[in-house]
Design a protein around this ligand. Structure first.
Ligand code: DOR
Ligand code: ZN
Length: 368
């Protein structure tokens, strides 16, 4: 099997956090991706252009030397977002839109939106300013089964929004269901969807069968196999409405392995390799480059990255844990298991990783 060289990819949905965590995780993304759309659900959230530009400077300061990585930001939409903030965002080259978190839907969503109707005037304003709404598409109604929350959100909220604001550009983030795929597929070109590696590779058995595996817990939660198959079909179809967004979301081991564990899968140390595995298994490696490096850039009206990355079929074992400063330990997706593809010449982080299986700890947490 030959190596695979593609235009440097982008991650259109990424969580980097702040402070020590930011300093630790940013290099994992920068070694493979040219750009990322960084999510604003910090505590407190990034709600203004000024805060976003400050955060962007902190991200740039966290980059390893000689890294070309361009972070873009999404602003956290609230019921109190002033229209002037929408105008300022539309003028900033580094802000690509607003993130809609239904209040209570996920990590740090408390400041999100309780009733979508209350933000209709803001959506109208966003539509007229051609800004993108990045949507966490789940209802938060406690009576709705957690596995149905995306489907119900599409019926109850997304269809009405799309009918009312037909020109509003929207990305349904981290699609997890066949209903999500259908919604994006049937909509016009101003509607797109991102897909994560975990939703392409795993169904809910990975989370629940034979024991609870908290490192496979994310939101929207993993669904049943039929949905996973619909996502694979969408991602590998060549349809430009679907593109890469990892939703890599670092949480410490302690906060995941808890009686009430946090939602989020940390995939950035091996993201492009995981996608390559999906595309290879679907016999669609020739579609990986468009999904990873072109469709998102086209949607966001940005040029393609100029460099390339090369993947080689050289199996390696994913560390059980990545260990950073200040006692940070993060268990990655696929921890302790093998992965078939390996990124060549990626930036080598100075992090350390720990592998229980080999009973050794090593410098250089990223594969070399
Ligand atoms: O699993 C998730 N983790 N889903 C989200 O929507 C947020 C993310 C996080 O910030 O940890
Ligand atoms: Zn996310």
């Amino acid at each position: 099997m030959q190596t695979l060289t593609i235009t440097r990819p982008d991650d259109w949905h990424l969580h980097l956090r702040d402070a020590a965590m930011l300093a630790f995780v940013t290099g994992f993304s920068a070694r493979q991706f040219g750009r990322a759309l960084v999510m604003p659900n910090l505590s407190p959230p990034i709600t203004t252009v000024e805060q976003a530009l400050d955060y962007r400077h902190r991200i740039l300061a966290a980059l390893p030397p000689n890294c070309e990585f361009n972070p873009y930001l999404s602003l956290y939409l609230t019921e109190n977002t002033p229209p002037q903030e929408i105008e300022s965002a539309a003028q900033s080259p580094f802000i690509l839109g607003f993130k809609l978190y239904p209040a209570g839907a996920t990590t740090h969503s408390e400041a999100g939106v309780h009733s979508l109707k209350t933000i209709y005037p803001l959506l109208e304003y966003m539509e007229s300013h051609d800004l993108v709404l990045q949507v966490h598409g789940e209802v938060t109604d406690g009576n709705i089964d957690i596995f149905d929350r995306e489907k119900v959100f599409i019926e109850r909220e997304l269809h009405p929004i799309h009918e009312r604001f037909p020109n509003l550009r929207m990305v349904l983030e981290h699609i997890t269901t066949s209903e999500g795929v259908d919604f994006v597929h049937r909509s016009p070109a101003n509607i797109a969807g991102t897909i994560t590696p975990q939703h392409l590779l795993y169904n809910r058995n990975a989370l629940l069968a034979g024991g609870i595996r908290p490192h496979y817990y994310c939101l929207p939660v993993l669904k049943r196999e039929t949905h996973r198959q619909a996502l694979i079909q969408a991602a590998t179809s060549g349809n430009p409405k679907f593109f890469l967004g990892t939703d890599s979301a670092p949480h410490t081991r302690k906060s995941k392995e808890s009686a009430c564990g946090c939602a989020g899968c940390f995939s950035s140390p091996l993201a492009i390799e995981l996608y390559a595995e999906v595309f290879e298994q679907a016999n669609a490696l020739d579609k990986l480059e468009n999904f990873s490096s072109r469709h998102g850039a086209d949607f966001y009206r940005l040029p393609y990255n100029s460099g390339t990355v090369t993947l080689e079929p050289a199996a390696w074992t994913v560390p059980d844990c990545y260990i950073g400063p200040d006692g940070i330990e993060i268990v990655p997706l696929r921890s302790g298991e093998t992965i078939r593809w390996r990124l060549r010449n990626g930036y080598i982080s100075s992090s350390s990783s720990f592998s229980k299986s080999s009973n050794s700890s090593s410098r250089g947490g990223s594969p070399s």
